[in-house]
Design a protein. Structure first.
Length: 196
C-alpha cells in the first residue's frame, strides 16, 4: 500500500471551493498534478512548491519541501468552502493567479536535472474579462525557474526576465527548455538555454 505525508495535501483544502450562483456551478481545484519523470512519480499541487516523490521500487512517497530565496513557496489566499457570488469568485480567482503558481518539475536528461517553471500573473488595474471570458487577460507575468538535482534538492533559482507572458506548455529537449508559442496562428517554440 502506497503511503504519503498528509500535511501538504491537507493544505490543498484552502485552495478549493464549490461555486453555485443558481445559474452555473463548478468545483474550484487546487491544481493537483501527478507526473512520471525520470522513473519517479511526482505528486503535488500548483499552490505550493512542496512535492511528494515516489522513488522506483519504493512503497511510500517521500515529501520534499523547499525554502526558496527568490521564488515564493506557496499561495497565501484562501477560498471559502462555498461561493455563491460570481463577482466574489472572479475576484478570488484573479487574486489567486496573481500569486505564485508552480508547474510540475520536469526532467532534463542531457543536464541531469529537474526544472520547474512558476509564474505570477499581473493584471491592469482596470482589467475586465472579455464577453466570452471568465477572467480578464493578464497584462504580463513574472516567470521563475527552479533547478533541482536528481534527488529533488534545490540547486538554483532565478527570474526569467525574457519571459513576460503567461506560461504555455513546456518540456526539456536537447538540454534546453522548450515553450510552445503561438506565432500568427502557427505553432512555434521559444527555447531557453540554461548555463550551469
Amino acid at each position: 500500500m502506497l503511503r504519503f505525508s498528509r500535511t501538504p495535501l491537507e493544505k490543498m483544502k484552502q485552495f478549493q471551493a464549490d461555486f453555485d450562483d443558481g445559474t452555473s456551478a463548478m468545483r474550484i481545484g487546487a491544481g493537483e498534478y501527478l507526473e512520471i519523470e525520470n522513473q519517479h512519480v511526482v505528486m503535488g499541487f500548483s499552490a505550493s512548491s512542496a512535492i511528494h516523490v515516489l522513488e522506483p521500487g519504493a512503497e511510500h512517497f517521500g515529501l520534499k519541501t523547499y525554502k526558496e530565496q527568490l521564488v515564493p513557496t506557496e499561495k497565501t489566499i484562501t477560498f471559502p468552502e462555498k461561493i455563491q457570488d460570481r463577482s466574489l469568485l472572479v475576484r478570488l480567482l484573479t487574486q489567486a493567479t496573481e500569486e505564485i503558481l508552480h508547474y510540475p518539475p520536469f526532467w532534463d536528461e542531457v543536464n541531469g536535472v529537474y526544472y520547474r517553471l512558476s509564474q505570477e500573473l499581473i493584471y491592469a488595474e482596470d482589467a475586465e474579462p472579455l464577453p466570452n471570458q471568465f477572467l480578464p487577460d493578464p497584462s504580463s507575468a513574472l516567470i521563475y525557474l527552479s533547478v533541482y538535482d536528481k534527488s529533488f534538492n534545490l540547486v538554483a533559482e532565478s527570474k526569467i526576465p525574457q519571459l513576460t507572458k503567461r506560461l504555455s506548455r513546456h518540456f526539456a529537449k536537447d538540454g534546453k527548455i522548450w515553450l510552445f508559442e503561438n506565432m500568427e496562428d502557427e505553432m512555434g517554440f521559444v527555447r531557453l538555454a540554461i548555463d550551469f
